[in-house]
Design a protein around this ligand. Structure first.
Ligand code: PEP
Length: 255
């Protein structure tokens, strides 16, 4: 089946509110020709979300956040709820990025809580999975992916999958300039889809988009996106320059 490609930028902690409109408008302008052909998302720091939404209004660019909490409100200092993101106009949220796992104590269990809360609220959850170099070299790739999928997506139903995107991000390829080869990435994407099929059924698993993330750039996007189970990209560094981000989106439109 054909799945519409989705290219999402993960701005991380890099863009100030005052810089947000220029970047979103730059992306919108540079990707006008791909409107409707590729889903284009900028996931921004929470404080940038309102400015990003204002700048994206009337364009093909959609806006997401980089994290959310699973409780709707309460004494959770520093957190942000799904309701707050929706109220601001966000449509997507990244969940379980490896940097959240590495630096902020994110576990497969909290990924599951956040993902289910996001989906239940009506946000599209971009759930990240991926192995470290140590895990890959130690022969643990499959075990890690299965654990992250089975625990992170526990109790996610087939109906929920309409609001689910999975991002395969090998940790060793994030921000390192080292990209998984298209064959390496495809192998894991196929594993992710097969695991998802066991969780929600093969038919639904075929509809879920699986992004690759890890040093994707205009120069390597086409060969990655040509693979059968690679349905888009989650982009860090290259999402911070409108021209680079647009180059990846162009590759997705032509894939
Ligand atoms: C990311 O952080 O999700 C990412 C893929 O980063 P980069 O593209 O910079 O490797």
């Amino acid at each position: 089946m054909s799945r519409k490609k989705i290219i999402a930028g993960n701005w991380k902690m890099n863009v100030k509110p005052s810089e947000t409109a220029a970047l979103v408008k730059g992306v919108a302008e540079a990707t006008k020709d791909f409107a409707g052909k590729v889903d284009i998302v900028c996931c921004t720091p929470a404080i940038d979300v309102p400015a990003a939404i204002a700048a994206a209004a009337g364009t093909q660019v959609e806006v997401g956040a980089e994290n959310c909490h699973w409780k709707e409100s309460g004494a959770y200092t520093g957190e942000i709820s799904t309701g707050m993101l929706l109220d601001a106009g966000a449509k997507y949220v990244i969940i379980g990025h490896s940097e959240r796992r590495q630096y902020f104590g994110e576990t497969d269990e909290t990924v599951n809580l956040r993902a289910r809360a996001a989906i239940a609220a009506g946000l599209t959850a971009i759930v990240c999975v991926g192995e470290t170099l140590e895990e890959r070299d130690g022969g643990k790739l499959e075990e890690v992916i299965l654990r992250q999928m089975n625990v992170g997506l526990k109790d996610v139903t087939a109906a929920d999958c309409a609001k689910l995107v999975i991002a395969y991000e090998p940790v060793w390829a994030i921000g390192t300039g080292r990209t998984a080869t298209p064959d390496q990435a495809q192998e894991v994407h196929a594993l992710i889809r097969a695991t998802l099929a066991k969780l929600v059924g093969a038919e639904t698993a075929e509809t879920v988009r699986i992004q690759y993330g890890g040093s994707m750039k205009p120069g390597n996007a086409a060969e990655l996106l040509a693979k059968k189970d690679i349905d888009g990209g989650l982009i860090g560094g290259a999402a911070l320059k409108a021209a680079d981000f647009a180059g990846i989106i162009a590759a997705a439109a032509n894939a």
